[in-house]
Ligand binder design. Structure first.
Ligand code: 5GP
Ligand code: ZN
Length: 216
């Protein structure tokens, strides 16, 4: 059983440490039961006030910030896959990417372009991965949208590959048409009429593609 008062004290102690000291203290300060409790809390927390990335965005918890403006913040990941691994967040609390308002997304993408270039330059990386997890099952540990920019080097040992599932052409076509229908519905709900007409034209294009079988 986790003692909440004791845990609160430990969390306060942790908040006062530097990011490096925090990374070390997490391993020594908490019992495995407390760590499991905290992880579950983080995964299920819908309270922006208790979110660690909200706290970083507000400057309440320290992080090694590399970019900051009115809407976004970027900082070094406390447990980097490689040195120079950063996280780019909207300051407003959204749990998953589809919740972000459209108005913010253009600026988010432009910022990713700038920061990916900055990471390339600063680390002399040979490549970068840009990764974004949505939902605990997809590996999202912190329920506040964040995009990872990870610099990559030859033989750096990072594994992002998966075993491919075997699928038939029929299964591909089935899922293709379901995603096309869902995307068209979602886009049509938002798009002004002119764009809906454009979408209808593109639907015809998609249908043409569907009919055109690829040669093996
Ligand atoms: P996710 O698995 O949710 O996509 O990634 C969460 C990332 O946030 C992890 O890579 C983890 O190391 C990082 N992280 C978790 N807590 C903190 C923190 O308090 N400060 C910083 N800088 N990074 C954190
Ligand atoms: Zn948050």
């Amino acid at each position: 059983m986790v003692n909440k008062a004791e845990l609160e004290q430990k969390l306060k102690k942790l908040a006062g440490l530097s990011p490096e000291a925090q990374a070390k203290a997490v391993k020594t300060l908490f019992t495995s039961e407390e760590l499991k409790f905290l992880q579950q809390q983080a995964m299920h927390s819908k309270q922006p006030g208790k979110c660690i990335f909200c706290a970083i965005a507000k400057g309440e918890i320290r992080a090694k910030i590399v970019y900051d403006d009115a809407h976004f913040s970027a900082f070094l990941d406390i447990n980097p896959a490689n040195p120079g691994h950063i996280l780019v967040i909207p300051k407003q609390h959204y749990e998953v990417l589809p919740q972000i308002p459209d108005e913010l997304l253009g600026a988010y993408m432009k910022l990713l372009k700038i920061l990916a270039a900055a990471v390339f330059e600063a680390t002399q990386a040979q490549g970068v991965n840009i990764i974004q997890n949505n939902g605990a099952v997809a590996g999202q540990a912190v329920p506040h949208v964040h995009i990872h920019i990870i610099p990559r080097f030859e033989n750096d040992g990072i594994k992002l590959n998966w075993d491919a599932k075997k699928v038939t052409d029929k299964q591909l076509e089935n899922i293709q048409s379901r995603i096309v229908a869902a995307a068209q519905k979602l886009a049509a709900d938002k798009a002004p009429k002119k764009e809906v007409d454009e979408l209808k034209k593109s639907k015809t294009k998609i249908e043409k593609i569907k009919l055109k079988k690829r040669k093996p």
